[in-house]
Design a protein around this ligand. Structure first.
Ligand SMILES: [Zn+2]
Length: 345
């Protein structure tokens, strides 16, 4: 199994985030996450670890708004170049103003655009964010290329993650939607399904494919009635226009254990089988694990192994894309548990 990893992720180290309701805390999404997973994967005899090629901006601009991508690329340097704001330490850019829906002009000022293109306070832009995000997307694209060449499985060890990033916004530790960029590339060669198993709803992916019928998107996650991202992920959001019926959310309650999760997974897998895709993309967050500091599910490592087994049993060419997961000590073991059955099939 090819595993795509870039050291560029180390350049992205946001020192803080503004957590639920206002606490300024150390950012949960740290480089240690990817390094732990890399160390675990290195120990597996089936893993072939490779740096990704550079696929350029075209596949990214195929799913993201050009103005947003330009903002992401230039915002930090533009901020640094502003006349020094007395007393402000310019380490990580966050917006101070969020436009209500009716205020959708594109402001000229940097802080105005920060409000337009940044949906929350958990995705600060640092000096290394652009390069890390670009290489993270390249990891997903490299995995997609493997499937196009006939491989049955690839693992994109992406960091930063991507599934909360929408067409024109970053959010929730995510800047470029790696899974969506890869799925869109695959969709040019055949029907593609996305099965998001991160604990949080894949709102960005939902946004990007909401009007399309050639990509089936499914997300199993904590109910947005109590959990981030709050504004998306409900069961009645099923696509619009040509995409109606091609998006499915499965919101689950706090305390969901392996057995209850697997019952929902079976329903999702039936939907994928009926869609009969050529490719499957799996945005995989390990924050569904019982011991995750940001999660409220009770899925065990054994449960994660079984989830991998059930998805692998579909027999589809599959790209697993790393999303969240914040119990750093357990990340490596849980990722290996998920991938094991793909490696063995
Ligand atoms: Zn998550």
């Amino acid at each position: 199994m090819n595993v795509y990893y870039s050291t560029d992720h180390l350049q992205h180290q946001p020192p803080f985030e503004i957590f639920d309701g206002g606490d300024k805390i150390p950012n949960f999404e740290v480089p240690e996450r990817a390094e732990r997973i890399l160390a675990a994967v290195k120990s597996a005899p089936w893993a072939n670890i490779l740096p990704p090629a550079d696929f350029g901006l075209d596949p990214i601009l195929a799913v993201h708004d050009r103005g947003y991508i330009e903002f992401l690329r230039s915002a930090f340097a533009e901020w640094q170049a502003r006349p020094a704001d007395e007393g402000i330490e310019k380490i990580a850019l966050l917006p101070a103003t969020f436009p209500p829906g009716r205020w959708r002009r594109t402001p000229k000022s940097l802080l105005g655009r920060a409000g337009l293109y940044m949906a929350d306070l958990a995705a600060p832009i640092t000096g290394g964010t652009w390069q890390a995000s670009l290489s993270s997307a390249n990891c997903a694209l490299a995995g997609a290329s493997d499937l196009l060449l006939g491989e049955k499985i690839a693992f994109a060890l992406c960091r930063p993650p991507g599934h909360h990033a929408g067409k024109d916004y970053c959010a929730g530790y995510c800047y470029i939607n790696n899974s969506a960029v890869a799925a869109n590339r695959l969709s040019a060669h055949g029907k593609t399904a996305i099965l998001d198993i991160d604990y949080h709803a894949g709102n960005g992916t939902q946004d990007i494919f909401y009007h399309r019928s050639d990509v089936l998107s499914i997300s199993i996650h904590a109910d947005p009635d109590f959990e981030y991202p709050y504004f998306a992920g409900c069961a009645d959001e099923t696509g619009e226009g040509a995409g109606l019926g091609f998006h499915h959310n499965f919101p689950l309650p706090a305390g969901t254990d392996s057995q209850a999760y697997l019952a929902t997974l079976h329903t999702a897998l039936d939907l994928i089988s009926s869609f009969d895709p050529r490719f499957l993309v799996i945005p995989a967050g390990m924050d569904l694990f019982a011991g995750d500091p940001l999660g409220k599910f009770a899925v065990t490592t054994t449960g994660i192994r079984q989830i991998g087994h059930e998805i692998a049993s579909l027999g589809l060419p599959s790209l697993v894309v790393m999303e969240g997961g914040y119990n750093n000590a357990a990340l490596g073991e849980n990722v290996l548990a998920l991938l094991q059955n793909f490696a063995n099939r």
